[in-house]
Design a protein around this ligand. Sequence first.
Ligand SMILES: Cc1cc2nc3c(=O)[nH]c(=O)nc-3n(C[C@H](O)[C@H](O)[C@H](O)COP(=O)(O)O)c2cc1C
Length: 381
Amino acid sequence: MRSQAPGVAVWRGRAGPAVSSSGRLEGPAVQLMQPLQLGELALANRVVMAPMTRNRADADGVPNALMAEYYAQRAGAGLIVAEGTWPEAAGQAYCRQPGIASAAQVAGWRRVTDAVHARGGCIVLQVMHGGRIGSRHIKPAGVPTLAPSAIQAAGTVHTDAAGMQPYDLPRALTRDEVRAAVQAHGRAAANAREAGFDGVELHGTSGYLPMQFLCSGTNRRDDDYGGAVANRARFAVECLHAMAQAIGAGRVGLRLNPGNTYNDTSDDDPLASHVELMRRAAALDLAYLHLMRAPLPSIDAFALGRVHFGARLIVNDGFDADSAEQALAGGVGQAVSFARHFIANPDLVRRLREHLPLAPFDRRTLYTPAAAGYTDYAEAP
Ligand SMILES: Cc1cc2nc3c(=O)[nH]c(=O)nc-3n(C[C@H](O)[C@H](O)[C@H](O)COP(=O)(O)O)c2cc1C
């Protein structure tokens, strides 16, 4: 079994989630257990499961019974944001990454959402178009790798077919192709609802397509999708609009992380570009903004979100029970998402509520196929 991710690099967060030396999270989980309404989404508590790519779908991007079991095990979360999922074939970034484009994929996801709802959970799907983060060794033959501009990402990606490969040199999207990609996001939202999801979240960070448009380092276009920040934000805004048109804005969220350099991303002025996008997203009256802490000390992403989007924030990155309680009590955000803690603690909400110890996860099985390190983490006795 491989020790490293066949798909994506292990998340390199700055601060690991804090666990006391006893492995026990300290402090009362009071605020975290309060219900919350975000647009049309009714959360039973404020513990959100952050999206995590786990590369367990069938080869054609169809979610399977194993994924249904994994998400059902974690249905105690007030909201599950299911893993980054491609809206069209050109958007597939990783091997065994699920899609939401075909009838078979919709049917596969239906098993997942039914299983989560049967346990009283609420679940949205993260829609993730990889753009230039992709390889012809991953996508079906003839499916292109497309981006705002023909700028290749530095780095390599695991492919099941040919091992580690450099990212493709992308071809710049034509205007018709930009329009088609926007429409694919609208269709993905409609498909997600048909599959039983309560809503969708646009993946607007980590160097995937919407962020490739937003950031100056990956966008050299001279049409109205490039140049000024208002133009660079246009693609993400149009995707959000298409998604909102399809299923209602109260079921659409957006994920951002100003200053993120993941996947070879760079931006001359991440503050200006993210403020622009936050303001325009706010005007759409979305369900929520899901913010990861900015890696740059000069940017307080959560404060930006409060000012430019409003009081419907899910905050993320490196939280534990105490810091999450403090964040909620201090009005930093309205809910807190946890990713890594959810891997080995399917019953994380109960563990937070009852102050039970947290289990560590095994990095070697993050992205490997099958149940090991995925559905075989036990609940606390
Ligand atoms: C295995 C793994 C896969 C991830 N995949 C995604 C993803 O598909 N979409 C996304 O927005 N973030 C993804 N992330 C980032 C997490 O959602 C989260 O922002 C990050 O782990 C920090 O939160 P934490 O400190 O609670 O773990 C991933 C993280 C991990 C560990």
